[in-house]
Design a protein around this ligand. Structure first.
Ligand code: FAD
Length: 417
């Protein structure tokens, strides 16, 4: 059995691990990065439709979930902000461009640009990367850590665990890192898929498959109290629903369904009508189109296929003109337009998920350093932690920021020793 020494071992060379290793090596530490995968950066390469959505114009702590995530993420983003992210990528030769949605992509429109620049910077920083090197075990020693990989033991003063979560397992994220952390007393907050499509087994809307429209998607308790809501583009598919609004909602459905068994999902088909303004909107709409049939009026404001289902959904004859609607019909029409029921049975599993909700409990990690409060010298970064962000570059932002904080703090620790 070979035995080697270094100052810092980073477990996992995804977005968080590469960033942590670069930050630690730039701060003067001897760093070795270990990854079980043969090809590094698989998730970076597939991200953002192979364009890698690096960050977002609207990054804010409220757009991250997890127990105690908002104050925690606030601290981390203060230490390494989206502006720092832009500077970092410019410095390593990756120019970013802003798109209308608020997403930032490399101007090359290629995720390969991002990965290549990170790998080059990793090499230039002096960190050593070992691929196909899976960490089987981690043990605390008197003045550091013993990291076991096949045929070798590595002794290091600090370890940064960046092993990811469970999303897209074929890229090497299979949850092994959770086991390593739990060995040192860390709590694993229940994991579920997040940023994943919503599944409707009966597929009542399969006939709309391929239809995209802007909506507000709402998830409510039986009594109507709202559990979550997202505005955004929405896509009907042959198995259920996708698009940003559905993907963002999925973590709530996955986590709160059991707690609130009769909770339900509805579509607000006219998201530009402010909540509470529905009655005024109908008054104006039906006043302007008093002589229009219900079917004709729906055709003017909704895509054809969807408009055609409104009479059946609202139980209103298609040929009745808006001016002749009674109170019950007005209520039914508003309900169909603003609270269209959407049967959802479950969320798609980790194979289709972009990230993992849940992970290592934040209260056991110090936000100033990303170091374990239970096992000093053990640091965390990225998806392994109980933080998941909105769709649109938020999860990479978390990986970059938490990676830098962990890398710098680990380097400081080993240099102080
Ligand atoms: C299809 C898809 C598209 C996405 N698009 C975007 C996007 O455009 N923008 C965005 O912000 N986010 C996006 N995401 C989310 C983003 O990719 C993740 O949040 C981010 O990659 C997490 O980085 P990480 O380093 O924490 O984990 P990972 O990237 O999962 O890296 C973990 C690494 O650890 C290694 N590993 C695990 N256990 C061990 C072990 N025991 N020993 C050695 N190595 C180990 C794994 O092989 C892996 O390489 C997307 C995700 C998917 C699946």
């Amino acid at each position: 059995m070979n035995s080697t020494q270094t100052e810092i071992v980073v477990i996992g060379a995804g977005a968080a691990g590469l960033m942590a290793a670069i930050a630690a090596a730039r701060a003067g530490a001897r760093v070795r990065v270990l990854d079980g995968a043969k090809h590094i950066g698989a998730k970076i390469l597939v991200s953002g439709g192979s364009r890698c959505n690096v960050t977002n114009e609207y990054v804010a702590p409220a757009r991250f979930h997890g127990e105690g995530a908002a104050p925690f993420v606030t601290r981390i983003l203060r230490s390494f902000s989206p502006a720092d992210t832009h500077r970092f990528f410019a410095q390593i030769g990756v120019e970013l461009k802003l798109e209308e949605t608020g997403k930032f992509f490399p101007v090359s429109d290629s995720s390969r640009t991002v990965l290549n620049a990170l790998l080059k910077e990793l090499g230039d920083s002096g960190a050593i990367l070992s691929t196909q090197t899976s960490v089987c075990d981690l043990e605390k020693e008197e003045d550091g850590w013993k990291i076991s990989i096949p045929d070798e033991e590595i002794f290091a003063r600090a370890v940064i665990l960046c092993s990811g979560g469970l999303a897209l397992p074929k890229t090497g994220s299979d949850g092994r890192g959770y086991r390593l952390a739990r060995k040192f007393g860390h709590t694993l907050i229940q994991t579920t898929p997040a940023l994943t499509p919503l599944v409707s087994r009966s597929a009542p809307h399969a006939k709309f498959s391929g239809l995209t429209l802007p909506v507000r998607l709402q998830f409510r308790k039986k009594d109507g109290a709202r559990l979550a809501a997202y505005d955004g583009s929405f896509l009907f598919t042959h198995f259920g629903y996708s698009g940003p609004a559905a993907l963002n909602l999925s973590r709530h459905v996955a986590r709160d369904r059991e707690k609130f068994p009769d909770s339900h999902v509805t579509l607000r088909l006219l998201p530009d009508v402010a909540e509470g303004a529905e009655a005024g909107w109908w008054h104006e709409f039906s006043g302007r189109g008093a002589k229009k049939t219900f079917a004709g009026a729906m055709n003017e404001i909704l895509p054809g296929k969807l408009a055609a289902t409104m009479p059946a959904l609202a139980k209103i004859a298609p040929q009745i003109t808006l001016g002749r609607f009674d109170k019950t019909q007005i209520a039914a029409a508003k309900s169909a337009l603003f609270e269209m029921p959407l049967p959802v049975d479950e969320v798609a599993d980790y194979v289709k998920a972009e990230t993992t909700a849940g992970g290592i409990a934040l209260e056991e990690i110090a936000p100033a350093t990303m170091m374990s409060r239970l096992a000093p010298g053990l640091f965390f970064a990225g998806e392994v932690c109980d933080v998941d962000g909105w769709l649109g570059g938020y999860n990479f932002q978390w990986a970059w920021s938490s990676g830098v904080v962990a890398g710098r703090a680990a380097a400081k620790l080993v240099k102080a020793a």
